[in-house]
Structures are given as C-alpha cells and as structure tokens.
Design a protein around this ligand. Structure first.
Ligand code: 5AD
Ligand code: SF4
Length: 478
C-alpha cells in the first residue's frame, strides 16, 4: 500500500515549536503498517537518547523518512520529498543549526549507497534490520555525513528495540499494532519484499505476550498482529518449541483486557486447518481476513510463483466461511502482470465475483529492479493496465457498497475509540473494520457496545446505540 501515513506523535500541538536545548526527531512513514510500527520504534530508540518526537520537519534536528519500495511510484516519492527536506536543511544551516536527514525503510535497503550519490543532502541511510543501531549511526553522520548501514545482521533487531508499550504507555489509543514476524521467503516473482526485508524472522512468543500485556495495561483493547507473512509465524515459545500463529492467537486471547485480535498480511499457502479452527473457536479473533490472491488466473498465478491455484483459494475461503459464517474477506490484486491476457484478467474478475470482497487493494503491475518478473517478456501498455484497474476497482467498490448496505438494520458490536466526526459523536470500529459514527458519550472510549446500523457513507457506517434505543422504547411505552 503506497499511501502516506502520517507518523503518530504523542502531542501534535508541540510540533511547530522547537523546544530549546533538547534535540528533536521527526519521522515520516510511507507504505505499510509495518513501517508505521517501525517509525514508532525509531522515535523510541532516539527518545532513549534524549530526542523528543515532533510533528513537523521544520521543528526537527533529525528528519527520518521511512520509505516504501513496493512499487515504483512509492519509491519515487522519497526523492521528491528529499528535495523539500534539502531546503529545510539549508535554511537551518543559515541559522547556524545542523539538521540531519536519514532515509530508512525499504528504499534504503534496496538502494543503499545509491541514495547518498543521488541525493547529497542525505546524511544517513539505514535498512529495516538496523534500526537499533540508529543512535550510533546518527552520531557518526553528525561528524561525517553519508553513513550507510543496510546489513542484515545476525542478531535479532527485535531483541534490541524498545518495545512499543515500554516506550509509550501514555496516549496509545484503543487499537495497536504489534509486529510479530518480518520478512518473506515466498519470492513471488513481482515482489521486492524478500530482498528488502530479508528472510522470515518471527519474534519470540514471550516478547509478544509481554508487549501485548503492557499494551492492555495501557488501555489497548484491540491488537493487530503484523507480518509480511504473518500466518507463517513460527516464534520460539517459552517451552522451547515453535509456536504457530493460531497457538499465539489462542494465548493472546487470554490476556486480560484484550477484547479483539486481528492479523495481517497472510499468504493462502499458510492458511492451515489450525488457523481456520482459531477463527471458529476464538470470539476475540475478528471475522475479517485479508488474504491477498493477486490474480484469478492459474497461468498468471504460476508465473507469479504464488504456488497455489484459484481453486485452492476458493477452497480456503469456503473453509474459513464454514468455520466462521460472518467472516468477510479483503484481498490484494495486481493487474497487468507481464503476459496477462484479456482471458487471464477475466478470470480475476470472475474470482472476485465468486468470492465477494468487503474491501480490496489493487495495483497496476510495477516492474521492480532485481525481481524475476521485471525480466519477463510481455509487459503491458499503461493504457491496458489503467483500463483493467478501473474495471476491477468498479467491481470491488460495488461489492464493498453491497456489503455495507447489508449491515443496515443489523446490530453489531462496536469498539469505541475517540470523538467522531460531529459534536456528540464517537467513532468506533465494527468487527469488519469499518468506522462507525454513533451519538454516544465519550466515556464509551475503550468499550464495546451493541450498535444498530442505520445508514452508510462511502467509507463508514452510521449507527445508534442499541441500549439507548431500548431506553427510548421503554420511555415511549411509559
Ligand atoms: N507491482 C504492483 N503491485 C505490487 N505489490 C507487490 N509488488 C508489486 C509490484 N511489483 C502489491 C501486491 C502486494 C501488495 C502489498 O502490493 O498486491 O500484496
Ligand atoms: Fe511479496 Fe509474495 Fe512475500 Fe507477499 S508473499 S511479501 S507478495 S514475496
């Protein structure tokens, strides 16, 4: 996902002011949720060195861009942003202040030294496996700019980073992400992740449980487990055995205060019977499954090295729905993979019609340097890709709308998070991830209440508290 996600900062009002005498850091996150999580950890690591996180680059002594390399567009964004940052740096220099600029994330990993050559304003380049060494790199870059660290170290970065709860027990919100697995060994032929994030590594079970317990104590009620291949999780358990994702989920469901669990992103090959059974057995595991399929054509799936067929996908969906009837699905699609014919694309549209998705992320194929697919014959013209993308998105949007509409009149559980769009409203999440706007007291933050859905908007639902409805009915009867 290539959209820019602003880095969450404890107190956004502090952003514009540079506190005297204290060093400051600004982290901007691009791409996936894992980068958002990593950005927070980077701010935490620098926080331990006395840096304070600020909400704007103008207020920062250290600017870190946490980049995404998944598609060309995402990677190019970094260079245009660096142009803007250069101006800031020069302005600060004119005032006698040193500003350091760092590039982190997957572009850093993929391009390394090249970044320093192409953008001389960059003082340090740090790959996703080296964030725990950031203080040292920053110190070195302050003396000699152009420090590059994109090693895949043997030590586990998870062991060296302050965990989320430790560093930020205040104002974490109701819903939190916890990275449990990183990297990928699947080598889909279009994808850079195995090269930028490296081989699959799972965090030890004890560490994950400890982090989730601390988050729960800090008021978090919903935890989303993150991993590029999260359902391939195989962390070392306290008993020395390897734990699977379903085993971890079963254990986390017992953590007091944790009402909801989610996990993303999954690979169809790792949707084991045991994981599907967890959807049946664990009420805390939300009935929403993001399961990327990429294409509905067996020929394209083979060329992508997905190592499953469209029928495999249908079978998995059937099993998950049999285990938990209200589960909704979302997926990722790539249109215009090299050699994709009209018939292949028609297969993808057919798969979407047969499965029915509540949401989907869809992308035009983007050739990534160093990946096998970049060298395949038959790259498609941009116009064909655009046409196919529009057709696919129109279909998914219609399905999304139909799903939202099907909820009208139903009573669903909403986990309330914060003040809503209008005065007097609170916003929460449905089990299916959609935001729900409800007139409700702010005291409901962090609690789950039954809400009757009365209407839909493009990306959210409107509802009324079922309890309040009953009260009204009782009052009317009296
Ligand atoms: N081109 C287009 N989309 C891609 N994705 C990954 N690599 C590429 C690429 N080279 C998409 C896939 C993946 C999502 C995170 O990004 O759909 O699931
Ligand atoms: Fe990329 Fe495929 Fe791994 Fe997903 S499973 S991260 S698409 S290589």
């Amino acid at each position: 996902m290539s959209e820019t996600i602003p880095s969450p900062v404890d107190d956004m009002t502090e952003g514009a002011v540079r506190p005297a005498g204290q060093k400051t850091v600004f982290v901007k996150s691009y791409g996936c949720q894992m980068n958002v999580y990593d950005s927070q950890r980077m701010a935490d690591v620098m926080g331990a060195e006395g840096y304070r996180e600020v909400a704007t680059p103008e207020a920062a002594d250290l600017i870190l861009l946490n980049t995404c390399h998944i598609r060309e567009k995402a990677a190019e964004k970094v260079y245009s942003e660096l142009g803007r940052m250069r101006a800031l740096k020069e302005e600060a220099k004119a005032q006698g202040r040193q500003v350091l600029i760092g590039v982190a994330g997957c572009v850093a990993q993929a391009e390394g030294e090249e970044i320093v050559r192409r953008a001389r304003t960059v003082d340090l380049v740090v790959g996703p496996q080296s964030y725990h060494r950031l203080p040292d790199l920053v110190a070195r870059a302050g003396v000699t700019p152009g420090v590059v660290d994109t090693e895949f170290p043997v030590e586990d970065k998870f062991r060296h980073l302050p965990d989320a709860a430790q560093a930020r027990t205040r104002a974490r919100g109701i819903s939190a992400f916890v990275t449990v697995q990183e990297g990928c060994d699947k080598f889909c032929t279009f994808c850079v992740v195995p090269y930028t994030r490296g081989a699959e590594v799972s965090r030890p079970v004890g560490q994950v449980i400890a982090e989730v317990e601390k988050l729960a104590l800090a008021g978090v009620r919903e935890v989303s487990l993150l991993g590029q291949n999260v359902n391939a999780y195989h962390g070392e358990g306290p008993d020395g055995t390897e734990w699977s994702l379903p085993r971890l989920l079963r254990r986390l469901a017992e953590v007091p205060g944790i009402a909801r669990l989610r996990y993303t992103t999954s690979h169809p090959r790792e949707m084991t019977e045991d994981l599907i059974a967890a959807h049946r057995d664990l009420p805390a595991l939300m009935p929403y499954l993001h399961l990327p399929v990429q294409s509905g054509s067996d020929r394209v799936l083979a060329a992508m090295n997905r190592r499953h067929t469209r029928d495999d996908y249908f079978r998995i969906v059937d099993k998950v729905r049999a285990a938990r009837s209200d589960v909704v699905l979302s997926s990722d699609f790539i249109v215009g993979f090299p050699g994709e014919t009209d018939a292949d694309f028609a297969d993808t549209m057919d798969l979407i019609r047969q499965v029915g998705f509540a949401a989907a992320y869809s992308f035009k194929y983007s050739a990534r340097p160093g990946t096998p697919a970049a060298g395949i014959e038959g790259h498609l013209p941009e116009t064909v890709m655009t046409e196919r993308l529009h057709a696919l998105q129109a279909l998914v949007t219609a399905q999304q709308r139909a799903f939202q509409d099907s909820l009208v009149g139903q009573v669903i559980d909403v986990l309330f998070e914060k003040p809503g769009r209008n005065p007097g409203q609170m916003v929460g999440r449905s089990p299916y991830l959609s935001p729900v706007q409800v007139i409700a007291p702010s005291s409901l933050a962090g609690t789950i209440a039954a809400v009757r859905i009365i209407g839909t908007q493009t990306n959210s639902l409107n509802g009324v508290l079922e309890h309040a409805l009953h009260m009204n009915a009782v009052q009317a009867a009296e």
